[in-house]
Design a protein around this ligand. Structure first.
Ligand code: AMP
Length: 191
């Protein structure tokens, strides 16, 4: 089973993806995590995208499609969870082509619905908690970058809701619930 978790930054995509990995043995493909790993290891691509990510803008379709293509070739498991990908219509088309080429498809696209006030609170809260605990704070978890990340979501990613609705794949869950409540809603969709 292959699914996409779709929603703005702070909607809880990563948290739910992690639970699906633990409980169903699915494979999480998070382009955000892949890009952060490329930065940490100081690859040429990692250095190239650093400033774009910190500002809250999207990196190019070519880079993230390349990352996903690579992972689809090497990873195998009980289905993929696409987390933070696709984020543009071009990425959505590319993902469809890559899955078709592998003889696969999408089983569900799950929209995690959350309102903006909650997103801002959650993300700035996450940064504050990390700071208090003496942990590293994500460079894009600040008010300025967050505004840009949300605008990028509405301009470039939210059109995917119409795209997948018309493809017949779109389902929605209430992302304002507790982690457990959201998990139960997702389980009801996946069966
Ligand atoms: P995330 O961890 O999913 O919030 O992603 C962090 C940052 O990585 C985003 O703000 C973008 O700069 C970049 N990024 C992650 N996934 C994508 C994607 N699918 N397309 C473009 N940029 C991405």
């Amino acid at each position: 089973m292959n699914i996409i978790l779709l929603g703005p930054p702070g909607a809880g995509k990563g948290t739910q993806a992690q639970l699906l990995v633990e409980e169903r043995g699915m494979v999480q493909l998070s382009t955000g995590d892949m890009l952060r790993a490329a930065r940490t290891s100081g690859t040429e691509m990692g250095n190239k995208v650093a400033a774009i990510m910190d500002a809250g803008e999207l990196v190019t379709d070519e880079i993230v499609i390349g990352l996903i293509e690579e992972q689809l070739q090497v990873k195998d498991g009980n289905g993929f969870i696409f987390d933070g990908f696709p984020r543009t219509l071009a990425q959505a088309d590319a993902l469809g082509d890559l899955l078709t080429a592998n003889g696969q498809g999408l089983n569900a696209v799950i929209e995690m619905k959350v309102n903006d006030d909650v997103l801002v609170e959650r993300i700035l809260g996450r940064a504050e908690d990390a700071r208090k605990a003496g942990e590293k704070v994500r460079a894009d978890d600040n008010e300025e970058s967050l505004k840009i990340r949300l605008m990028e979501y509405y301009k470039k990613t939210s059109p995917l809701l119409g795209y997948y609705y018309h493809a017949g794949d779109l389902k929605a869950v209430n992302g304002l619930g507790t982690i457990d409540e959201v998990k139960v809603e997702i389980a009801a969709i996946l069966g």
